[in-house]
Design a protein around this ligand. Structure first.
Ligand SMILES: NC(=O)c1ccc[n+]([C@@H]2O[C@H](COP(=O)([O-])OP(=O)(O)OC[C@H]3O[C@@H](n4cnc5c(N)ncnc54)[C@H](O)[C@@H]3O)[C@@H](O)[C@H]2O)c1
Length: 397
């Protein structure tokens, strides 16, 4: 059993608590830190925590606390991590790790120096649908991965600090793009280096300094490309979709809208439908079990198992740092309108890869371009002569 201090009692702190203490979990939140006494006390009552405090260091340093879970605004992650290092407490933190790669790098180096367990809570690479898709990708069901796309769009975040560029560190690129980068990076291969980013970003709707809509491309060293689409101005709920395309197959994932559960109601008795659903009447798309379907259960199970076994989880501060470095390049590209290199001062994956061969042999003289069964019953192959380059088609009887 691990005894947890929860830092922050807001939106994600409560989702995490529902997951950590849901089902028959043996782990327990014994301490909560929040800014306001009523919020801290309410959280402590709701989740039966032994202690609450308005002093962050007191929460972390408490002798009964084994693990600290950071659920605070982005500008407070670094200070909280440094206190965990000081008091040698295992730390797991929500996304994004830092407001930029410089902050993330400092946190990564500090936890490694302190020798403490560190986990990056990127729940969207632990959803049941993602895990199934990823297993298929790893087993080669899609062949060589060429393109991975992730989209997270919704009508905008739920607390004031997200809209303040100083506290949040950015707009939807940082807030939602961090998920998309890690999802697509995992499909392409976490040991494949992201090298360049091209990004369009704009503030189309909201009266804020940060971007409320962006689209980006991330080039990987092996020739694969990732794409992210993020928005705080999307109407219609929370759209969470991933697509992966490989030489042998395709995967489409829809995590939140049109997941197979569709309901019509005039609105009587339907208050909460799903995160950021904009309506509680008409045709609705409730989510079966948000805590599970968003990956929180699988994520915490893996994190805590690793903590007990003394192994690193799949998502560590290193991953959080790589994500921040990619997003820094996206911000730069949105300004310069150029492909910008990803500045990875720390890189632990493969180096110097080149684009893999894409040629398929047809026979000794030819490469295969395409084969197809036509509606008129003929099977065609289109081939290219290796020496002359001539392209021709043949009907196979
Ligand atoms: N799916 C996800 O992984 C996910 C979803 C939502 C939020 N988050 C992340 O969780 C973190 C917290 O976001 P949230 O949605 O829970 O925010 P929130 O506003 O709902 O809660 C923030 C909590 O931090 C506390 N806090 C302490 N000092 C504060 C300060 N100076 N200003 C504001 N709050 C302060 C508040 O009391 C509150 O309990 C952010 O880093 C965010 O990116 C992750």
């Amino acid at each position: 059993m691990k005894r947890i201090a929860m830092l922050g009692s807001g939106f994600i702190g409560r989702f995490y608590a529902d997951s950590l203490q849901g089902q028959r979990s043996k782990d327990k939140i014994i301490m909560v830190y929040s800014r306001r006494e009523e919020a801290a006390k309410k959280f402590a009552d709701d989740y039966k925590c032994d202690h609450y405090t308005l002093d962050m260091e007191e929460a972390i340093a408490h002798v009964d606390v084994d693990v600290v879970c950071i659920s605070l605004p982005n500008n407070l992650h670094e200070a909280a991590v440094m206190l965990c290092c000081k008091h040698k407490k295992a730390v797991i933190t929500t996304k994004p790790l830092g407001r930029n790669a410089a902050e993330a790098k400092r946190m990564l180096l500090a936890v490694e120096e302190a020798g403490i367990f560190n986990g990056y809570l990127e729940d969207l690479v632990y959803t049941p649908k993602f895990l199934k898709a990823y297993e298929s990708v790893k087993n080669g069901a899609l062949g060589r991965i060429l393109w991975a796309k992730s989209r997270e769009t919704h009508p905008g975040p739920h607390s004031d600090w997200f809209w303040n560029i100083e506290q949040a560190g950015g707009g939807c690129i940082l807030d939602l793009g961090c998920h998309c980068v890690e999802i697509t990076r995992t499909f392409i291969g976490k040991d494949i280096k992201p090298i360049e980013v091209m990004c369009w970003a704009d503030t189309q709707v909201k009266p804020i300094d940060a971007e409320d809509h962006a689209i980006g491309l991330i080039k990987y060293e092996n020739g694969a490309i990732a794409q992210f689409e993020v928005s705080w101005t999307f109407r219609g709920g929370l759209d969470l979709r991933d697509e992966v395309m490989g030489t042998e197959g395709t995967i489409w994932i829809n995590n939140f809208l049109r997941t197979g559960l569709e309901m019509f109601t005039t609105g009587k008795g339907a208050d909460y439908v799903a995160e950021k659903a904009e309506s509680n009447s008409g045709w609705l798309f409730p989510v079966g079990d948000e805590i599970n379907d968003l990956g929180y259960n699988h994520m915490f199970a893996e994190m805590f198992n690793c903590m007990e076994n003394g192994t690193a989880p799949r998502e560590t501060f290193y991953d959080g740092y790589v994500v921040n470095a990619v997003l820094d390049a996206a911000y730069k590209s949105a300004k310069t309108k150029l492909w910008e290199p990803v500045q990875l001062e720390i890189w632990r994956g493969q180096e110097g890869l080149s684009k893999e061969s894409h040629l398929v042999e047809y026979d000794a003289e030819h490469y295969l371009i395409k084969e197809e069964m036509t509606h008129y019953g003929a099977k065609k192959v289109i081939i290219k002569h290796k020496q002359t380059g001539k392209i021709e088609e043949k009907i196979i009887e």
